[in-house]
Design a protein around this ligand. Sequence first.
Ligand code: AMP
Length: 306
Amino acid sequence: MTQVVRTEADARAELRRLVAGRSVGPVLGLVPTMGALHSGHGAMLRAARQHSDFVVASVFVNPLQFDDDADYQHYPRDLESDLNFLTEQGVDLVFAPGLEEMYPGYPSGPLVTIDTGDLGRRWEGASRPGHFDGMATVVAKLFNILAPPAPARLEAWFGQKDAEQLAIVSRLVSDLNHPVSIRSLPIVRDENGLALSSRNQRLSAEDYRDALNLYGALKTLTERAGAGEPLDVAHVGAQLAAAQGVELDYLVVVDPTTLLEAEPGSGMLSSDGVLHQEALALTAARVGPVRLIDNAHLQPAAGQGS
Ligand code: AMP
């Protein structure tokens, strides 16, 4: 069974033990998760394994990033099966802290948290106030707790499934000088295109069929971008909003770094809506009992790029 530690002190002791005796700096690959692990996490653990000397996974359902207490309470938790999964994936160390270890005195602490600014208040951030500040706070803590002793260096893995999170973590690292390299992995989807998510466990068979509409809309935008056709995001969004069982929050095309919406007539989109630069399509919707997010990188047609 993979070694599991629950406290910062034990994590540091184990990291020292892992790195001991290595004169050439090893790479420690960190995969932060909230548990309820699935093949999307598995793909990231395998990538981390391939590119690192040691892999550490963290499992912690972070209350700071839930704006809705019911969502926090219902978030799937099954540490025992997660530990079996992580053992099968050959993870070297699991950090699974309790709430009191991460936030002593919660909910009166933590007092000092990270403000992700405007970037953290767009799209998911607008719909889930405080979500990205809470996410960035726990990620910064994990970077500090799991920083390996020299000469080892830390590489942290994040999925493109959470594209806004990835953009914000990249800014967190550069703005606050965390000595961490950020690595990312493309979205892992099931055979019908649904992006894997721990929340999918709560979809009924009917919800599942309805949820496939999100992927359908992203696919339409990807194909239009690649064919050099006008994206007509508003129309694709209206169709998605009208789809059975889908309560659409947003479908937008944005700049992948600033997350600002691409305006027709800008460098990114021509006035008739044809894509000229790589962009990110983001969507979020409630389907049945869960809020789902998905996204796709859009590439302009050959010859359309600026
Ligand atoms: P979570 O446990 O949902 O917080 O996810 C932990 C990490 O796994 C995050 O970096 C996610 O972006 C990533 N992840 C979750 N689902 C997928 C997926 N379907 N494809 C790629 N990465 C994923």
